[in-house]
Design a protein around this ligand. Structure first.
Ligand SMILES: C[S@@+](CC[C@H](N)C(=O)[O-])C[C@H]1O[C@@H](n2cnc3c(N)ncnc32)[C@H](O)[C@@H]1O
Length: 195
């Protein structure tokens, strides 16, 4: 891991005047993976310089940016529905000096199947921090990702897909606020689900 300045939460992240999330209008409201948990989350998948991490619903881009800047991942990609968050992610990538290796795409992953497939084509690690219903809807992509290469992994923060067996569950502890877990899925998750 590279010794770089810790991730600092933006001051306006808890601004109650920001847009209100209505159930059903997206796969999850915005809540960043706690800054204190970024190392624990990415260590769970043993991210290294061979990895390309794709975060579907990337918020302010912290996971793909941290994977590249701190763990030396080859590349990072984040797809985000919210225009302001996507713009913020681009700025964070620039200020961390990794804009050449982190691509932020402003798009709806739910209605853009082609884009998701393209984003996952060369991904090794897929990250998701979405509500259970959102993850369930994306499960066909998750299965395809694990089938595509035996090195591929999936990190789910908070909630996991219903039909895949986690290879590992790591509690993020009180620093995650709500006591979230991170779930790691790999090829073994498929075998288990096929039994
Ligand atoms: C819980 S946040 C997680 C943010 C980030 N992955 C992290 O861990 O810090 C979920 C994010 O998914 C985004 N999102 C929800 N539905 C989406 C969709 N259909 N397409 C793209 N992004 C979406 C939200 O705008 C929000 O930023």
């Amino acid at each position: 891991m590279r010794d770089i300045p810790l991730w600092v939460e933006d001051e306006d992240d808890d601004d109650p005047t920001k847009s209100v999330w209505l159930e059903g209008d997206s796969l999850a409201p915005y809540l960043g993976t706690p800054a204190e948990s970024l190392d624990a989350v990415l260590s769970t998948a043993r991210i290294d310089s061979t990895d390309v991490l794709v975060d579907l619903g990337c918020g302010d881009g912290r996971l793909p940016i941290w994977a590249v800047a701190r763990f030396g991942a080859r590349r990072g990609v984040g797809v985000e529905l919210d225009e302001d968050l996507a713009a913020k992610a681009v700025k964070h990538a620039q200020s961390r000096g990794v804009a050449d290796r982190v691509r932020i795409i402003h798009a709806d992953i739910e209605t853009n199947d082609k884009l998701v497939r393209a984003a996952l084509a060369d991904a090794t690690v897929l990250a998701l921090f979405l509500l259970p219903e959102g993850i369930a809807r994306l499960e066909p992509h998750l299965v395809r990702h694990l089938e595509a290469d035996h090195q591929n992994r999936i990190l789910c923060i908070g909630w996991a897909p219903p039909n895949l067996e986690p290879a590992k569950i790591v509690p993020l502890g009180p620093s995650s606020g709500a006591g979230l877990d991170v779930f790691l899925f790999d090829r073994s998750s498929l075998r288990t689900s096929e039994q």
